[in-house]
Every structure is written in structure tokens, then in C-alpha cells.
Design a binder for this molecule. Structure first.
Ligand code: HEC
Ligand code: HEC
Ligand code: HEC
Ligand code: HEC
Ligand code: HEC
Length: 455
């Protein structure tokens, strides 16, 4: 026994003296986010509730991919799943995503290993990311403390301060369909904004807005001296608009993170003016979004303004965009409706629900982002104002309310997938309709300024 432990001690000492490797994770172990939880509990917890973790389990994704495969006779191949479960595709575990429910959890979604192994960006769309697969986890820390379980390296692709970092996100957040239609363009949109500026003072990357920094330790390891990093640790909630529709970790935290980024994204102004016999003007300004509002899957979003004018007795004089609960906004039933979304069409010019059917689009309803800081540039004021006539009831207006709602998906899509037996209809009740605080205004004569506006 004695000589055994002596031998062991000797081996350890010798190993240390010769600089032999610590007990690093194997590549298989590195791929499993569960193995990161002990030392990076906060990163793990936030990520586990994100749409990145959900991407391969999202029931709408699974149903839509299945329908897409049926509709194209399998020609869709790994197009969808290469973004939603990139590890599984690259390891040859799936070719069409139809077997995702049977695959182990570590292979699905956009995982720690996938992002932190990216070594270079090939194509700027359709997940054109090259993984190093060399056992080194890349991140934005230039001086990482040696980790007992993995090698670390600094990479400008992962450093939110770096000009290059948005391309890492952008390669997936930019979709060109098999028919060649550039349907989701978040990265391309961002590239045209003031945030893509080369001046570091102005530059704001995807992670600059979507991965808020805090002062914290980047890892918690017993017996290891890990420094407190001044605004050097980044949130991994990746909040936007979409939420899990089935039981999933961290749902409340996700909703809070979504409200935090979404609420201030638009600024608004509501005016009641005597022009043209009386008019209600509602202005929305996409000030805090680094791309169109909405962006990405903007063809799936349903976003609209609700404006209601009341008389002194509280009776409704006028309304636009009052959408009954459980229904999609309908521009046919409500011709005065102000919608913000991408309209998508097939060859015949008919609106379609699914993006493999899309051949043409109209993006004119999206709220544009800031593209110049030069006040003399006509694009400087990029706000959008809609006006509704108040002729005939202008004198009676006592109060006007205005707000904006957004929903990640249309009920039409949920219902169509459910009718085809591909989706549990109960998902319908879980789809939230979000309301934006920054866009919410209440006008009364007393609250209005000299121009007749509240803002
Ligand atoms: C035994 C503890 C431990 C485990 C397990 C662990 N890490 Fe780490 N990791 C660390 C330490 C320590 C650091 C350095 C922190 C610092 O310097 O502030 C680190 C740093 C990192 C960095 C930053 C590298 C850089 O240079 O920016 C990334 C990314 C990372 N880890 C990802 C992971 C992932 C993914 C997993 C799961 C496969 C994982 N870690 C598992 C301890 C661990
Ligand atoms: C969508 C890509 C993506 C995924 C998925 C992801 N990360 Fe990160 N992670 C990043 C980026 C980008 C940064 C650097 C952000 C910056 O510097 O602005 C980062 C930073 C880190 C750091 C360095 C400290 C910090 O907060 O900056 C650690 C540690 C880390 N991630 C661990 C993890 C772990 C563990 C997981 C999975 C549970 C994970 N990451 C999932 C993109 C990702
Ligand atoms: C491997 C491809 C991939 C990479 C790399 C990637 N994403 Fe994503 N991202 C996705 C997918 C897929 C989803 C949607 C999952 C779902 O809803 O089913 C998503 C969702 C999101 C959302 C939520 C969108 C919503 O609808 O609410 C945000 C925000 C986001 N990503 C930001 C980022 C940022 C920031 C980075 C870079 C640090 C990044 N992503 C890198 C694929 C990727
Ligand atoms: C200046 C801050 C800012 C920057 C920079 C930024 N975003 Fe966003 N992003 C937002 C806000 C605010 C929202 C929520 C409002 C909206 O949908 O635009 C959002 C929403 C999203 C969504 C949900 C899409 C939607 O509108 O439904 C995705 C996906 C996303 N961002 C990805 C990215 C990626 C990828 C980049 C970099 C190429 C990026 N963002 C850069 C602020 C930013
Ligand atoms: C190049 C990467 C990529 C490809 C390919 C891709 N997606 Fe996505 N998908 C995303 C990203 C990024 C999001 C996050 C949406 C956003 O907010 O912009 C997303 C979100 C979704 C969502 C969540 C709901 C929503 O609209 O936000 C569904 C469902 C979905 N995708 C289905 C599909 C299907 C079905 C296919 C194939 C026909 C597909 N995706 C192909 C990247 C991709």
C-alpha cells in the first residue's frame, strides 16, 4: 500500500514537473453542455433557457421541418437542421432532422461546444462556420486562467468588442433558402447600421446588445484562484422575442430577459392634431435595435399597432388594430391596420406560410434601424409615422391610447401544422402576445404638449 501511494505521488510530481497534461475532457465530453455546468453554472443556466438550447426541441421547428420534408419530397435535406442542431448534422447523426426526438440532448440545439469551437467564418449565411475540433474552447477572455478540464484560447470571433464577432452570429442569422431567396437577413441588416461602425466608440456587435456584460467570475472552481472580471462576463440568455412553447428550463428568466431588451426597443409619440379636419398621428422609432424591427424570421412575426380613441363618457370613437385574443391581425377585416412584418409570396404572388415556398418578399412594413449619425442625411430620422383621420369626431376626443403588440408566430401556422397532425394543438395556448412598454402612450388634452403630442 505504502509503496503504491508513494509511486502515485511520484508519478503526479513527475507529471507536473514534465508539464504533462491535466485530465482534460475528451472531445465527446466537451460536446456535452452538462459537463460545463459545474464550473460555469451561470452560463449553463442562462443558456439552458435560451432559444439556442431549444432550437432542436422546438415543437414548431420539428413540425415545420417535417412538413417541409413532405412538401419537397425530402429535397430539403439537412437545410433546416444544419442550423437548429448543427452538431448532430456535422457528426452524421441526422440527414433530415426527422430523427431529432430520438437523438441525445447534447447533439441538439446551438451548444456551448458548437459556438466555442468556431475557428473561422466561411459563408456569411446558412451556418457557414468552420469548427476547429481541436479540443480548444475559444472565448473573448484574452488571459484565461488555465482550466483543469479544457484548453482555452482568445478569439476575436468571440470577443464582442471585436469587429469580427458579429460574423460568428451572423452566419446563422442569415438564411438563404434552397430556392435562393435571402429570407432572414439580420446580419446583412446590422452591417448597414451605425452599430457596424469601425470606430470602437460606436461599434456595437450582436453580443454587445444580446449578451449583456456584468462584473463576475467566469468560472467557479474549488481551489482555483479565478479573477473577478470587470464587465467581463456575458449573459447567455440570448433573448429576443421567441419563447419555449413546451415545458423548458428558465422560462420566467427568459421572459424577463425578453422584456428587458424588447420594451425599450421602440420609442413612440402620439399626437392628436387639428390638421385635415382632425388627425391621430402615431410615430414609432426603432432606436435600440441593431437591425430591422422585427428582424430575422420577420415573415413569421405578427406585430401591429393598436390605437383607440375615446370620448369623455369612455365610449370608443375610433379604433385600429384591436385584435381579439387568439386571432391573427387581419388587414382585410381592418383596412386601417398598421402591421410590421415581412410579407412573403409564392410565384403567383399569393401570400405563403412557409419559407421554402417563398419566391418574393416585401419588406416595406419593417421599421428601419439607424444607418447614419449625420443629421443632414435624409435617412437620419428613420422613424415611421402612421396617421388616421379623426374628421367628424375630433372635437369629442377625450383620450387616446396607443401601443404595439408582437407575437413570434402566426396562429395560422400553428393551426395549419396542428390540422395536419404534426403539432399538438395545445401549443396554441402557450404562444404569448408581447406588449411593448416603450411604444405605449396615453394621450389626453392635459397630458399633451403645445404640439398636441405625448411622448
Ligand atoms: C473544472 C472546471 C471547468 C469546467 C468543467 C469547464 N470549464 Fe471552462 N473555464 C474554466 C476556467 C477556470 C476558465 C477561465 C476563467 C477565467 O480565466 O476567468 C474557463 C474558461 C472558459 C472559456 C473562456 C475561454 C476564453 O479564453 O475566453 C470558455 C469559452 C469555456 N471555459 C467554456 C467551457 C465549456 C464549453 C465547458 C464544458 C464543455 C467548460 N468550459 C467546462 C473552468 C472550467
Ligand atoms: C451562440 C453562441 C454561444 C453559445 C451557444 C454559448 N456561448 Fe459562451 N460565449 C459566446 C460568446 C460570443 C462569448 C463572448 C462574448 C463577448 O465577449 O462579448 C462567450 C463567452 C463565454 C465565456 C467567457 C466569459 C464570458 O462570459 O465572456 C464562457 C466561460 C462561456 N461563454 C461559456 C459557455 C458555456 C458553458 C456555454 C453552454 C452552457 C456557452 N458558453 C454557450 C457564445 C456562445
Ligand atoms: C449555429 C447557428 C447559430 C449561431 C452561431 C448563433 N445563433 Fe442565434 N439562433 C440560432 C437558431 C437556430 C435560433 C432559433 C431557435 C428556435 O427558436 O428554434 C437562434 C435564436 C437566437 C435568438 C432569439 C431569437 C428570437 O426569435 O427571439 C437570439 C437573440 C440570438 N439567436 C442571438 C445570437 C447571437 C448574439 C449569436 C452570436 C453570439 C448567435 N445567436 C449565434 C442559430 C444560431
Ligand atoms: C443595438 C442593439 C442590437 C444589436 C447591435 C443587435 N440586436 Fe438583435 N435585437 C435587439 C433588440 C432590441 C431586439 C428586439 C426587438 C426586435 O425584434 O428588433 C432584437 C431582436 C433580435 C432577434 C429576434 C428577431 C426579431 O426581431 O423577431 C434576433 C434573432 C436578433 N436580434 C439577432 C441579432 C444578431 C444576429 C445581431 C448581430 C448581427 C443583432 N441581433 C444585433 C437589439 C440589437
Ligand atoms: C441558416 C440558419 C437557419 C436555417 C437554415 C433554418 N433556420 Fe430556423 N431559425 C434560425 C434562426 C437564426 C432563428 C431565430 C429566428 C429569428 O428570430 O430570427 C430560427 C427560428 C426558427 C423557428 C422559431 C420560430 C420563429 O420563427 O422564430 C422555427 C419554427 C424555425 N426556425 C424553423 C425552421 C425550418 C422549418 C427551417 C427549414 C425550412 C429552418 N428553420 C431553417 C436559423 C435557421
Amino acid at each position: 500500500m505504502r509503496s503504491g501511494s508513494l509511486l502515485l505521488a511520484l508519478t503526479v510530481t513527475l507529471a507536473a514537473a514534465c508539464g504533462e497534461e491535466p485530465d482534460y475532457f475528451t472531445t465527446e465530453e466537451l460536446r456535452d453542455p452538462e459537463n460545463c455546468m459545474d464550473c460555469h453554472p451561470q452560463h449553463y443556466r442562462e443558456w439552458s433557457g435560451s432559444m439556442h438550447a431549444y432550437a432542436g426541441d422546438d415543437p414548431v421547428f420539428l413540425a415545420m421541418n417535417r412538413l417541409g420534408q413532405e412538401a419537397t419530397g425530402g429535397a430539403l435535406g439537412d437545410f433546416c437542421v444544419s442550423c437548429h442542431a448543427p452538431v448532430a448534422v456535422r457528426l452524421g447523426m441526422t440527414t433530415d432532422g426527422l430523427n431529432l426526438p430520438e437523438l441525445p440532448q447534447w447533439s441538439k440545439g446551438v451548444t456551448c461546444y458548437f459556438c466555442h469551437s468556431v475557428d473561422s467564418v466561411g459563408e456569411l449565411h446558412n451556418t457557414g462556420l468552420v469548427l476547429a475540433d481541436d479540443g480548444v474552447l475559444r472565448g473573448g477572455l484574452s488571459d484565461p486562467v488555465p482550466s483543469p478540464k479544457h484548453r482555452s484560447a482568445y478569439s476575436p470571433l468571440h470577443d464582442g468588442e471585436s469587429q469580427q464577432s458579429s460574423a460568428m452570429c451572423g452566419s446563422c442569422h442569415d438564411v438563404i433558402t434552397p430556392a435562393g431567396v435571402h429570407i432572414e437577413k439580420t446580419f446583412a441588416e446590422w452591417s448597414e447600421t451605425i452599430f457596424a461602425h469601425t470606430d470602437p466608440q460606436r461599434h456595437l456587435s450582436c453580443s454587445g446588445c444580446h449578451m449583456k456584460s456584468r462584473t463576475d467570475v467566469a468560472a467557479e472552481v474549488d481551489g482555483l484562484d479565478v479573477p473577478l472580471r470587470n464587465y467581463g462576463v456575458h449573459a447567455h440568455t440570448f433573448a429576443g422575442i421567441d419563447t419555449a412553447l413546451t415545458p423548458w428550463p428558465e422560462m420566467d428568466a427568459q421572459r424577463e430577459a425578453i422584456a428587458e431588451i424588447l420594451d425599450p426597443s421602440l420609442l413612440s409619440r402620439l399626437c392628436v392634431v387639428p390638421l385635415d379636419g382632425g388627425r391621430i398621428d402615431y410615430r414609432l422609432d426603432n432606436v435600440n435595435s441593431g437591425h430591422m424591427w422585427p428582424s430575422g424570421a420577420a415573415h413569421d412575426r405578427r406585430a401591429w399597432a393598436e390605437v383607440v380613441a375615446y370620448d369623455a363618457a369612455g365610449d370608443v370613437l375610433f379604433s385600429s388594430g384591436v385584435v381579439p385574443a387568439g386571432e391573427d391581425p387581419d388587414p382585410v377585416a381592418d383596412p386601417s391596420l398598421w402591421e410590421m412584418r415581412e410579407l412573403v409570396y409564392d410565384d403567383a404572388g399569393e401570400e405563403v406560410l412557409y419559407f421554402w415556398e417563398v419566391r418574393d418578399y416585401d419588406r416595406s412594413l419593417l421599421l428601419p434601424p439607424a444607418v447614419t449619425v449625420d443629421p443632414s442625411d435624409p435617412r437620419f430620422d428613420h422613424s415611421v409615422t402612421r396617421s388616421w383621420s379623426a374628421a367628424g369626431f375630433f372635437q369629442d376626443i377625450a383620450r387616446v391610447t396607443a401601443t404595439v403588440y408582437i407575437r413570434a408566430l402566426p396562429f395560422a401556422v400553428i393551426d395549419d401544422l396542428a390540422d395536419r397532425g404534426l403539432l399538438d394543438p395545445a401549443v396554441r395556448d402557450e404562444l404569448p402576445t408581447l406588449n411593448l412598454a416603450g411604444a405605449t402612450q396615453e394621450w389626453t388634452p392635459a397630458a399633451a404638449d403645445l404640439g398636441g403630442c405625448v411622448q
